[in-house]
Write a protein that binds this ligand. Structure first.
Ligand SMILES: Cc1ncc(COP(=O)(O)O)c(C=O)c1O
Length: 370
C-alpha cells in the first residue's frame, strides 16, 4: 500500500486489511461454507482463546462492548434504584449500559495525570444503594485496582472492568480484564482488537455469572425456546468471531507497535505547551489512543487539519453535562477536572500500521506550532 503522507488519519484499518486481506477472506469463506452463521464453532473457539489471554476461565461473545457491560450489570442483578459508580470522561456506552438496567450512574471525578477514576473520591459517593463500580481502563491504561478492590471489599460492592479500550494492557503484570468480577471488552473496529463490524465479550472466572451471562445474551434462555430470566438479544456472529480469532494471533505484536509509536511521540514531541500522556507505575499501557492536551486545542487541531492530519477528541463533552443525562442533576462545576480537561484533550494518529514517516511528520508539525 502507498505510504501517502498527504493525509494522516487518527485511525485506519486499510493498511491492516491490505496485509491480512487473503487470510480474512479465507476466514469469512470458511464461515459461509460451514452452515453456521451465529453462535457456532468460531464463537466458542474465540471465547475459549480470548478468555485465556485475560486470565479468565470463561468468555461470552456478545454483539458489542455496550451489551457486554449491560449483561455484566444484569448478571449482577443491578436493577431500578441501584447506583453504579463510574466516571464521566468515558464513552457514552459505559453510562447507557447502566441506564438500560434502570440504574443510576454516579460520577466520580478523574485524576489530572492519567484521566482515570480518582480512587480517593470514590468512598464519598458510596450510599446504601451502591451495587457496582464500573472502572473504565481509559485510553489503554488500567484503573488502580489495588485501591478500588480495597474499597469494594469494605463496602461489599462488586467491580466490573470496562476493558473496551484496554485489550492487551496490564496492571501489576496481570492482563486487563482479570480484576473485575466480570469484565467487558469491545471488538468495535477502532479498538485494539477490532472486528470488521460490531462485537464484544464478557470474561469472568465465576461459573455462576458465566452461565447467567450466556443465558442473558440470548433472551435469557436456559434451553431452546425457554427463558429462565429476562434477557436480551446480543449474539456475536461467526464471521466477526473468525476474524477476531485470526487477529488475536497478532494482538501482542500490535500492542508492541502501538507502544513503539507512543514512545517515539513521547521522546520527540518537544512543544512545551503540549501535555503528553504518561504510563503509571505498575501499568503496561496498550495505547488504544495517544491523548495529549493543549490549552489552545482548537487552534492546534485546525493547524494540524490544514496540514492533512486528522485528530480526534475522546471526549469533548462530559457525559454528566449532556442533555440526555441532565435528569441526573449534575451541573457545570460538579466534576471540575473532567470538565476542564475535556476542553484540552485530543488524540494523535495511533494504530499499529501507522508508518514512522507519518509519525515523524506529526511530530514535526507539533514542534513547529507556535
Ligand atoms: C470505554 C468504552 N466502553 C464501552 C464501549 C462500548 O463498546 P461498543 O462500541 O462495542 O458497544 C466503548 C466503545 O465505544 C468504550 O470506549
Amino acid at each position: 500500500m502507498k505510504n501517502n503522507l498527504k493525509n494522516i488519519f487518527v485511525w485506519s484499518y486499510k493498511e491492516e486489511y491490505s496485509v491480512l486481506r487473503k487470510k480474512i477472506l479465507k476466514s469469512v469463506d470458511k464461515v459461509f461454507k460451514s452452515g453456521s452463521l451465529i453462535l457456532g464453532g468460531e464463537v466458542e473457539n474465540l471465547e475459549k482463546k480470548f478468555s485465556k489471554t485475560t486470565s479468565n476461565k470463561y468468555g461470552v461473545g456478545v454483539n458489542s462492548g455496550t451489551d457486554a457491560l449491560q449483561i455484566c450489570l444484569m448478571a449482577l442483578g443491578v436493577k431500578r434504584g441501584d447506583e453504579v459508580i463510574t466516571t464521566s470522561n468515558t464513552a457514552v456506552p459505559t453510562i447507557s449500559a447502566i441506564v438500560s438496567c434502570n440504574a443510576k450512574p454516579v460520577f466520580v471525578d478523574i485524576n489530572e495525570k492519567d484521566y482515570l477514576i480518582d480512587c480517593s473520591k470514590v468512598e464519598k459517593k458510596i450510599t446504601k444503594k451502591t451495587k457496582v463500580i464500573i472502572a473504565v481502563n481509559l485510553y489503554g491504561q488500567s484503573a488502580d485496582y489495588k485501591k478500588l478492590n480495597k474499597i469494594a471489599k469494605k463496602y461489599r460492592i462488586k467491580i466490573i472492568e470496562d476493558c473496551a479500550q484496554s485489550t492487551g494492557a496490564k496492571y501489576y503484570n496481570k492482563p486487563s480484564g482479570s480484576f473485575g468480577l466480570l469484565s467487558a471488552f469491545s471488538f468495535y473496529p477502532t479498538k485494539i482488537l477490532g472486528a470488521y463490524g460490531d462485537g464484544g465479550m464478557i470474561v469472568t472466572n465465576n461459573k455462576k455469572y458465566f452461565t447467567l451471562s450466556k443465558q442473558l445474551r440470548k433472551y435469557g434462555m436456559s434451553k431452546l425456546y425457554y427463558s429462565n430470566v429476562h434477557g436480551i438479544n446480543s449474539r456475536l456472529d461467526e464471521v466477526q468471531a473468525g476474524i477476531i480469532s485470526l487477529k488475536l494471533k497478532y494482538l501482542e505484536k500490535s500492542v508492541i507497535s502501538r507502544r513503539r509509536i507512543a514512545k517515539i511521540y513521547s521522546e520527540n514531541i518537544k512543544n512545551k505547551e503540549l501535555v503528553l500522556p504518561t504510563q503509571n507505575k505498575n501499568c503496561f499501557h496498550s495505547y488504544y489512543v495517544y491523548v495529549v492536551r493543549h490549552k489552545r486545542r482548537k487552534l492546534i487541531m485546525d493547524y494540524l487539519k490544514k496540514n492533512g492530519i486528522f485528530c480526534n477528541i475522546s471526549y469533548p463533552f462530559p457525559i454528566h453535562l449532556m442533555k440526555g443525562y441532565k435528569y441526573l442533576g449534575y451541573k457545570k462545576g460538579s466534576l471540575p477536572i473532567t470538565e476542564r480537561l475535556s476542553k484540552q484533550i485530543f488524540s494523535l494518529p495511533m494504530y499499529p500500521e501507522l508508518s514512522l514517516k507519518k509519525v515523524h511528520k506529526v511530530i514535526k508539525l507539533l514542534n513547529n506550532f507556535k
